[in-house]
Design a protein around this ligand. Structure first.
Ligand code: AMP
Ligand code: GLY
Length: 426
């Protein structure tokens, strides 16, 4: 079977790595891929946003399954584009992918279907947003409406920070004019976050094991938010049986049935970013793709054949599927460039990749330059390890992080510590 993976990050490298393990795969392509995927697939120089070109490539090369990693081609309608040509493409339709496209649309969906989420208001006039912030005069979350690569959200400690976020989004158009036309202002939820993923076939869903991301750039959850500095799975003790029951009953089921009811059944992976609060789980956001680095963390533990599961999503046969997991612990640590999530240098040579033994390295922001692998982004590498225990996984992963070298490398040293802390509280 010939498979095409679309995207060029650590997530897509991990998907390609996992797909390649299926005995059903005869040929793997990655578009555009990165130096990591080049080692196990044929990289194709077409960008993830070039949906028509990608569909054309799939026709010409008789691709039997296309797997879409990032959200942008999904929100552009790549799945519909492939379907028109009779091609099988794993992911949600353009209509279903709107869930991630617009925070306003997401919050309105949650309200329509009575799904637990932070109380919110939507503003399209700068002055009205400022007036509301002055009235509340306390902590608030300000979110830009459109896609902003995870940077359009400010958890404001006070009114001043919230006013400032509105100015940056709606007046300075820091995330583009269209994305900044409206803002969502919502209450701050208290609790612990968890990433919940479900494979979906339109009507049925299969939950994956839980995984926890670390969004802030520095140890101890300090500093600004990033795309994700590391993750671990499973996540024992956070989602109590009562929370899990509520999550399925009040979040997963109404999300799936709400989308069916609206004529846009959801196929692919549904990512629910939840806050486990004292009054149960609440939706912070939906994403229509795998999380990064959550995907890398999960792929390391998944034992089931990913091709079978993805086909079941497309064929509507997930009710006959279940997932098998490695019983141990997996950890992923993001190695980032100096300055990330702010400005950072690129073209910095990376050394020591081939000395890593009992860890798996997925390339994220890397490229090849004159035969060397150099940095090309803020998040450079996803260093992952599996262990029978948390300590084993942590020592493997950090040994690998220490042996890989590039000028200005930085990573969090405390990925997985939160799990220990929770255990000792119990
Ligand atoms: P989002 O892009 O909506 O997932 O927001 C990015 C991050 O901001 C989340 O992962 C949370 O850490 C934080 N966040 C967003 N909304 C809230 C909220 N209502 N309360 C507390 N934290 C939030
Ligand atoms: N790690 C969070 C995300 O992929 O959005």
């Amino acid at each position: 079977m010939k498979i095409l993976v679309i995207g060029n990050g650590g997530r897509e490298h991990a998907l390609a790595w996992k797909l390649k393990q299926s005995p059903r795969v005869t040929k793997l392509y990655c578009a555009p891929g990165n130096p990591g995927t080049a080692a196990l697939a044929t990289n194709v120089p077409i960008k993830a946003e070039e949906c028509e070109k990608l569909a054309q490539f799939a026709v010409e090369n008789q691709i039997q399954l296309t797997v879409v990693g990032p959200e942008i081609p999904l929100t552009l309608g790549i799945v519909d584009e492939f379907k028109k040509r009779g091609l099988r493409c794993w992911g949600p339709s353009k209509a279903a992918a709107t869930l991630e496209d617009s925070k306003v649309a997401m919050k309105e969906f949650l309200r329509r279907h009575n799904i637990p989420t932070a109380a919110f208001k939507i503003f399209n006039k700068v002055q009205d947003a400022h007036t509301y912030i002055t009235e509340v005069d306390g902590p608030l979350v300000v979110k830009c409406d459109g896609l902003a690569a995870g940077k359009g959200v400010t958890v404001a400690k006070n009114a001043e920070e919230a006013h400032d976020a509105v100015e940056r989004i709606m007046v300075n158009h820091e995330f583009g004019a269209a994305a900044g036309r409206q803002v969502v202002i919502e209450e701050v939820l208290k609790g612990e976050e968890i990433s919940v993923f479900a494979f979906c076939d339109g009507h049925n869903a299969v939950l994956l094991d839980y995984v926890q991301d670390h969004k802030q750039v520095f140890d101890g959850d300090e500093g600004p938010n990033t795309g994700g500095m590391g993750a671990f799975s499973p996540v024992p003790g956070l989602m109590k049986p009562r929370d899990e029951d509520e999550m399925v009953r009040r979040i997963l089921v109404p999300t799936m049935s709400g989308l069916v009811h609206e004529g846009r059944p959801y196929v692919g992976i549904l990512y629910m970013g939840l806050m486990i609060t004292d009054s149960g789980p609440k939706v912070i956001e939906y994403n229509v793709r795998f999380g990064d680095p959550e995907c890398q963390t999960l792929m390391l533990r998944l034992k089931s054949d990913l091709v079978d599961v993805m086909e079941a999503c497309i064929d509507g046969t997930l009710d006959r599927s279940s997932l098998e997991w490695h019983p141990g612990v997996s950890i992923c640590v993001t190695m980032a460039s100096r300055g990330y999530p702010g400005k950072y240098p690129i073209d910095v040579p990376i050394h020591g990749l081939d000395q890593v033994k009992d860890a798996t390295i997925f390339h994220a922001g890397t490229k090849e330059k004159n035969g060397d692998v150099v940095t090309a982004g803020g998040r450079v590498l996803s260093v992952c390890a599996l262990g029978d225990t948390l300590d084993e996984a942590r020592s493997r992963v950090y040994r690998a992080c220490d042996s890989v070298q590039f000028e200005g490398k930085h990573f969090r040293r405390d990925i997985g510590k939160r799990r220990e802390a929770r255990k000792s509280r119990r």
